[in-house]
Ligand binder design. Structure first.
Ligand SMILES: Cc1cc2nc3c(=O)[nH]c(=O)nc-3n(C[C@H](O)[C@H](O)[C@H](O)COP(=O)(O)O)c2cc1C
Length: 325
């Protein structure tokens, strides 16, 4: 009995691991819909949807053998694959849930096969089932595309490592700000505990420049265009940007507490001057000018002299503070 249990446990652990490994393959999410033989709309979320052939146009998805929804789709002989947009994350959850009526409040029209075509989907393909192949605990369902459509300005919903995300300028910007913030935090944390607020600020400036220069031009471009991000996907981006601002405000507040920030320079303006300068200098930099480390060092000198009164008092023209990066 106990060895049987441990075999079961082993099998369970193995399939969990396989699921985790395969989760590294980023996919979209589609809702496969159909009208059941008794006239009810049915639908299930899948991330196994993919294209198979262009001539003839074929697609496939894999349906769990135990799925009741799949049995209804199978009986109807047709399906519509609705490819979800980032704004439809709720639908991905709903069409995998035990909700009694998955279609309650969902807007749709009937496609050529009679299957529901969901409003707001990035694209759809309306199909008839042409084959069902053995796929272990799933059935590989192949459909011939009879009709299709797409929206004009979609942002795809992405499923990656069991989480939803966006492949978009917004997603990239958020990841880039997180990366820059963590790098700056790490470099400041590595300083000896005796480091002065000015040294901490100087280190943050260098780390920010270096982290921006390590990013591709495309990512820096996405960062610059932050404010053009779509309103519905901007929350995470704004939260991350806010966290980064807080880090700078703390560093500047330390300098202010020590009475070293220039008079009549409000904290948020100081932060904007600092981040604005660094963002643009990185934008204009090319390797012909100097090395990234030299640029970081010059940026630190510029920012410290700009924001701090009497920098000379802290060393000969601040030189002791502006050592190698
Ligand atoms: C993002 C996501 C992807 C999924 N992919 C699949 C899939 O490819 N194949 C599948 O059979 N079930 C998949 N599921 C689970 C089904 O949606 C779920 O088992 C089904 O809707 C259950 O409905 P039923 O109880 O009527 O069978 C996925 C669920 C989610 C949230």
């Amino acid at each position: 009995m106990s060895s049987l249990k441990s075999n079961e446990q082993e099998a369970l652990d193995r399939s969990r691991l396989v699921r985790e490994v395969l989760g590294h393959f980023a996919t979209g999410v589609a809702v496969i819909t159909a009208t059941s033989t008794d006239g009810e709309p049915v639908g299930m979320s899948v991330n196994s949807f993919t294209s198979v052939s262009l001539e003839p146009p074929l697609v496939l998805f894999c349906a769990g053998r135990q799925s009741g929804t799949w049995k209804s789709i199978q009986a109807s002989g047709q399906f519509c694959a609705n490819i979800l947009d980032i704004t439809q994350q709720d639908l991905a959850g709903r069409f995998a849930s035990r909700t009694a009526d998955r279609f309650a409040g969902v807007e749709y029209k009937q496609g050529v096969t009679g299957s529901p075509v969901l409003a707001g989907a990035s694209a759809f393909v309306d199909c008839r089932i042409v084959s069902e192949l053995d796929g272990g605990d799933h059935v590989i369902v192949v459909g011939e595309v009879l009709d299709h459509g797409m929206s004009h300005d979609p942002t795809p919903l992405v499923f990656y490592r069991s989480r939803y995300s966006a492949v978009s300028g917004e997603g990239i910007s958020t990841a880039a700000i997180t990366q820059a913030r963590l790098y700056v935090q790490q470099k400041v944390a590595e300083l000896p505990s005796a480091a002065t607020p000015i040294e901490r600020l100087g280190t943050a400036v260098c780390a920010f420049v270096i982290s921006l220069l390590a990013m591709s031009k495309e990512i820096r471009h996405a960062l610059r265009n932050l404010w053009y991000a779509r309103v519905d996907v901007r929350d995470e981006l704004i939260a991350e940007e806010h966290a980064f601002f807080i880090l700078w405000d703390e560093l500047l507040a330390e300098v202010l507490t020590f009475g070293e920030l220039r008079d009549r320079l409000p904290l948020d303006i100081a932060r904007q001057l600092c981040m604005g300068t660094l963002g643009w200098v990185v934008n204009w930099w090319t390797p012909e000018y100097c090395t990234p480390e030299e640029l970081a060092s010059m940026a630190r000198e510029f920012v410290l002299h700009g924001l701090i009164s009497n920098l000379q008092q802290h060393g000969t023209a601040g030189d002791s503070l502006i050592g190698p990066v």
